[in-house]
Design a protein around this ligand. Structure first.
Ligand SMILES: Cc1cc2nc3c(=O)[nH]c(=O)nc-3n(C[C@H](O)[C@H](O)[C@H](O)COP(=O)(O)OP(=O)(O)OC[C@H]3O[C@@H](n4cnc5c(N)ncnc54)[C@H](O)[C@@H]3O)c2cc1C
Length: 288
């Protein structure tokens, strides 16, 4: 079956799904809803409304039991449970059909099937696959510290990159300093793998990129060349400062030592080396 794409695809016709139909249709969007069971969902069919019928009966029984307090004599009430359940069913019976009418009135298309996600960006119901203009609609693949990266994510990311999405990574540092030992960098590991699979080069968004430096400078309200960046890694913080005209300070609490700093190429040679941030604060204080 062929179907035009839609602006909004709603999975489930419960209170939440119905709530979405009003503003989206008002905004002129094309809306499709998939509902696997009864329109209205839990609240009118299995929750709030039928419950209230039973609660009302329980309340009536309670009032009868309390009648003597008001000096009223009544006989012992009997409850016809089957009849009460029939009444409950009768009261809610027309709700799904009347909600179908409401949907028609709102101009929402209804698929009476279970919907399932077949890709991160695509949903399928009644054999109809709906995806926003194919995988090329993925604006970018951004890789972060994803320790749960698996084959499904690899496929989704690779397909988006093959379709033209840029590959971005928060950091491609091979390892980081953590207490007592180095910790391997997850994001760079994944990005390198994706680059191998797709042939696409990746761009680093975080340290030491110019983009990260410019964001930090803008946030601080200083010019790049007036920004001091202190860190324990020559290839990250110090490089970010030096490559972008700022002031790089190596703190020797992590990855690199004073002798590493002395041997470093110009684009990552620090202006100052300190053994702690307290020492840096002292140096800045005495320079002021
Ligand atoms: C016994 C009971 C009493 C309650 N009483 C009250 C009350 O008095 N007051 C109150 O405010 N709240 C009450 N609630 C809570 C209320 O029912 C829920 O908060 C409300 O129904 C949630 O709405 P929803 O749209 O998020 O989910 P639901 O109403 O559960 O709707 C989800 C819908 O999505 C459909 N669906 C799910 N997966 C798919 C899929 N893959 N494809 C297509 N369709 C799918 C389901 O069939 C269902 O119709 C009660 C709940 C229960 C169980």
């Amino acid at each position: 079956m062929q179907r035009d794409s839609c602006d909004v695809f709603i999975v489930g016709g419960g209170n939440a799904g119905f709530g979405v139909t009003v503003p989206t249709r008002k905004a002129g969007m094309k809306v499709i809803m998939a509902e696997a069971r009864d329109l209205g969902g839990t609240c009118p069919n299995r929750g709030c409304t039928p419950k209230k019928v039973l609660v009302a009966a329980g309340h009536a029984l309670h009032e009868i039991a309390q009648a003597h307090v008001h000096c009223i004599s009544v006989g012992k009430p009997t409850l016809d449970w089957a009849a009460l359940i029939d009444r409950e069913k009768d009261l809610i019976a027309g709700i799904p059909d009347s909600l179908a009418e409401t949907l028609r009135g709102r101009g929402v298309e209804l698929i009476r099937e279970r919907a399932k996600f077949v890709a991160p960006n695509a949903v399928e119901a009644a054999g109809v696959r709906l995806a926003p203009a194919g995988d090329t609609a993925v604006a970018a693949v951004v890789v972060g510290w994803d320790v749960a990266f698996d084959q499904a994510k690899l496929r989704a990311a690779a397909e988006a990159i093959w379709a033209g999405s840029p590959l971005l990574v928060t950091s491609d540092a091979p390892y980081f300093a953590t207490t007592g030992r180095r910790s391997p960098g997850v994001a760079g590991f994944i990005a390198t793998g994706l680059s191998h699979v797709t042939g696409a080069a990746y761009e680093v968004l975080g340290k030491p990129s110019r983009l990260a430096a410019a964001c930090a400078a803008a946030r601080l309200g200083v010019r790049l060349e007036r920004m001091l960046v202190a860190g324990d890694d020559l290839t990250l913080e110090v490089s970010m400062a030096c490559r972008n005209g700022g002031i790089g300070v190596l703190v020797t609490t992590g990855i690199h030592t004073r002798s590493d700093a002395a041997r470093a190429p110009a684009d990552r040679r620090p202006h100052l080396v300190v053994d702690s941030l307290a020492e840096l604060a002292d140096s800045l204080g005495s320079a002021a």
